[in-house]
Design a protein around this ligand. Structure first.
Ligand SMILES: NC(=O)c1ccc[n+]([C@@H]2O[C@H](COP(=O)([O-])OP(=O)(O)OC[C@H]3O[C@@H](n4cnc5c(N)ncnc54)[C@H](OP(=O)(O)O)[C@@H]3O)[C@@H](O)[C@H]2O)c1
Length: 326
């Protein structure tokens, strides 16, 4: 089978398409023929070893010092079960599935083994393979942080980076829980962000949300460009700052932000649980959560897909079609 390898940290050119042995499922494993995957902000961060401020040492220790320990990137997939290892009973060859291996990655390949107790589910019939492949990374991150913030109906939330994979999911989930959403994005994305549920959009090229005072109960910062101290005056007393792309300074300030300012910082890696994926899939199936797909690339164009995501301008998800989609 073919798989894209990242054998060194660097620009998209470090990626190489290699022929590797097709895996055979062992006990409790499911072999999935991958039809669709995504290239997301996590993939390009790993490939480029581009980490939030102050996190270089910790991230290199976790991911691999001079190159990624897992050379095949890709956090999410959708495809068809090819074979199962005994005693798997939940899935059969031919089943249409999607999975979210998350930080374990390995989805930028024609086949991937998924363990039965990893996050693999039957694909909701209402979703295409491209949609099913694209709901988990942004959706689960968004739901994790919204739950941590205890966002309630009637509260006001500011979503900075509202057109990205995580931001577009936060806008939708926040709206679903009854919050009043303001999205920060550039002008061309304003209609998209409004269509997802924002009642107000701030075009950051013309307007500075930091000119406001005590306006929001929650700020979801999805760009890494603004710290808690940049934004805390914009939060109401008792407000919560979701540092989704936070660096070390905000991680450390989590320890005293509540005692010092009466406002909390919530940061760190999002949980990757089956329950989160299931909730997002249910919402996607019932139309509460709309997968936002910017564009798709063929499998051979993986480097181009990375280059596109590297620019930081994508809207929602970028899909890679590993095989021709039905
Ligand atoms: N904590 C965790 O576990 C976790 C999990 C997932 C992701 N993350 C991090 O969260 C961040 C967002 O991820 P993502 O996947 O949503 O990224 P993404 O999809 O690549 O975000 C791209 C979007 O960001 C917008 N943007 C860029 N600069 C902006 C600015 N100054 N103000 C407002 N919007 C801006 C762009 O809109 P314009 O073109 O309009 O500028 C674009 O639509 C990344 O840093 C990622 O590493 C963290």
């Amino acid at each position: 089978m073919k798989a894209w390898f990242c054998a060194a940290y660097g620009p998209p050119e470090v990626l190489a398409l290699r022929e590797v042995e097709k895996p055979v499922p062992k006990a409790g494993e499911i072999l999935v023929r991958v039809l669709a995957t995504t290239v997301n902000s996590g993939d390009v961060r790993v490939r480029a070893a581009r980490v939030p401020k102050g996190m270089r040492l910790a991230v290199r220790l976790a991911l691999g010092w001079s190159r990624p320990r897992q050379p095949i990137l890709g956090t999410e997939l959708a495809g068809i079960v090819e074979a199962v290892g005994e005693p798997v009973t939940e899935f059969r060859p031919g089943d249409e599935v999607f999975a979210f291996p998350g930080v374990k990655m390995g989805c930028h390949a024609e086949y991937r083994i998924v363990k039965e107790d990893e996050r693999i589910f039957l694909k909701p019939a209402a979703l295409s393979f491209a949609q099913a492949a694209s709901i988990s990374f942004g959706g689960c991150t968004a739901l994790h942080f919204i739950r941590k913030a205890n966002l309630a109906g009637g509260e006001k939330i500011l979503v900075i980076g509202a057109s990205g994979a995580v931001g577009s999911a936060i806008v939708q989930i926040a709206r679903h829980v009854g919050a009043e959403v303001t999205g920060v994005t550039s002008g061309p994305n304003a209609d998209l962000v409004r269509s997802l549920g924002a009642s107000r959009v701030i075009d950051y090229r013309n307007e500075d949300f930091k000119a406001e005072r005590e306006s929001y109960h929650v700020i979801a910062e999805c760009t890494g460009e603004h710290t808690f101290s940049d934004c805390r005056h914009v939060l109401k007393p008792g407000g919560r700052f979701l540092g989704i792309a936070a660096g070390l300074p905000d991680m450390v300030a989590m320890l005293w932000s509540k005692a010092l300012y009466g406002k909390r910082i919530i940061a760190g890696p999002a949980e990757e649980s089956a329950e989160l994926v299931q909730q997002i899939a249910t919402w996607a199936e019932t139309g509460i959560f709309k997968p936002v797909i910017d564009r798709s690339f063929p499998f051979q164009a993986m480097r181009e897909a990375h280059d596109y995501v590297d620019r930081g301008r994508k809207r929602g998800s970028v899909v890679v079609e590993v095989a021709s989609l039905p």
